[in-house]
Ligand binder design. Structure first.
Ligand SMILES: NC(=O)c1ccc[n+]([C@@H]2O[C@H](COP(=O)([O-])OP(=O)(O)OC[C@H]3O[C@@H](n4cnc5c(N)ncnc54)[C@H](O)[C@@H]3O)[C@@H](O)[C@H]2O)c1
Length: 328
């Protein structure tokens, strides 16, 4: 049976992926420093190491017998990275280099790296594919882009990088995040009866967290020797932001939709996701509306009454830790 090591496996995507791989019979070792307080799930064949990706030497014996590494650990999100940009570069870029070096020393050939469609930045209405120029608009996106460059520059005989540029993720996870657009807009609609959309015409692609984990599982089964890069998402889930607001208003009775045209955000991109479907057979099985319903129903049952708490937000967690630093 396969054995995988997941960095950042206590996080939003990582905890869903850990659960999925465990359920399919794989052994999983999670390396995570608990920065955002994600859970250690009690699952068969899953073990946890309290480790930092910047200090891979301290946990690299855990790579013995591992078939592939999935590298998810990062300071995630533009705002969280802006709290302390030096630490963001250290964790996101240097951490990736350290994990790749550890893989090479241990003879682990496959490294799946979580990258982001936000690397494309603002592209007006043109559709982008993996060969389109990148225009990162933040330290977060730039650290992801440079990590990709590093992995792709390594000698092919040493490591096979598999890069997944995820669309913006949404949905329920054992480590819930309410700093993600669909999740927080839905929670606000349920709690306060309103959705505020800034700008509205800018486009984003979206991806359910279970589908993000399913894509990682698929790419782990890809045994081609060449490196690969995929945009990970679905053409049908490219939305203008006001459409997300309208969709939420349709699903939650009585919700007011407030579109503030004066403020745009720094992303606008429409992404082509065809190759991951053609080559890996990836077809997402959830849509944005599923998350809207899941969060609505969970909140109606009394969950997430504290959805504004810092523990659900990478940015607020990072800001609180800067006030009261913890040693990592
Ligand atoms: N969620 C999204 O919308 C999205 C979109 C595109 C790409 N991604 C990428 O997917 C990956 C996972 O994102 P997520 O949404 O699960 O974020 P997350 O913040 O929930 O998870 C990140 C995990 O990394 C851990 N971590 C942070 N610094 C660490 C360190 N120095 N050493 C070890 N562990 C550390 C955290 O404790 C956390 O468990 C990230 O690489 C992110 O850039 C996410």
């Amino acid at each position: 049976m396969e054995k995988y090591l997941i960095t950042g496996g206590r996080g939003y995507i990582g905890s869903v992926l850990t659960r999925r791989l465990s359920r399919s019979g794989s052994h999983v070792v999670v390396v995570d420093n608990g920065l955002v307080g994600g859970p250690q799930l009690d699952l068969p064949r899953v073990s946890y190491i309290d480790g930092d990706v910047r200090d891979a030497g301290s946990w690299e014996t855990a790579l013995d017998g591992v078939d592939a590494v999935v590298h998810l650990a990062a300071i995630v999100g533009d705002a969280a990275c802006e709290v302390d940009t030096n630490t963001a570069w250290e964790v996101n870029y240097l951490g990736t280099i350290r994990v790749a070096e550890a893989c090479r020393r241990a003879g682990v050939r496959t490294l799946v790296h979580a990258s982001s469609c936000s690397d494309y930045g603002v592209t007006a209405d043109a559709e982008v594919d993996v060969w389109s120029p990148m225009a990162p608009q933040s330290v977060y996106a730039e650290s992801k882009m440079r990590s990709e460059h590093h992995l792709l520059s390594l000698p092919r005989h040493a490591l096979t990088p598999r890069l997944l540029r995820f669309a913006a993720v949404h949905g329920l996870s054992p480590r819930m995040r309410f700093d993600l657009a669909v999740n927080v807009m839905t929670a606000n609609a349920v709690a306060h009866g309103g959705v505020t959309v800034h700008g509205g015409t800018q486009r984003h692609p979206f991806l359910h967290v279970e589908d993000a984990a399913a894509a990682v599982q698929l790419i782990l089964q890809d045994d081609r020797a060449a490196p690969s890069i995929y945009n990970c998402g679905s053409g049908e889930e490219n939305y203008r932001i006001h459409t997300i607001g309208e969709l939420i208003a349709e699903e939650i009775a009585g919700v007011r939709l407030d579109i503030r045209k004066e403020q745009q955000d720094s992303f606008n991109y429409r992404v082509n996701f065809d190759p991951i479907g053609w080559e890996l057979g990836f077809t997402p099985s959830h849509r944005v509306v599923d998350t809207v319903r899941d969060i609505r129903d969970a909140m109606r049952k009394g969950r997430f009454t504290d959805f504004g708490s810092p523990r659900y937000s990478n940015h607020l967690t990072a800001a609180a830790q800067r006030e009261a630093p913890v040693s990592v």
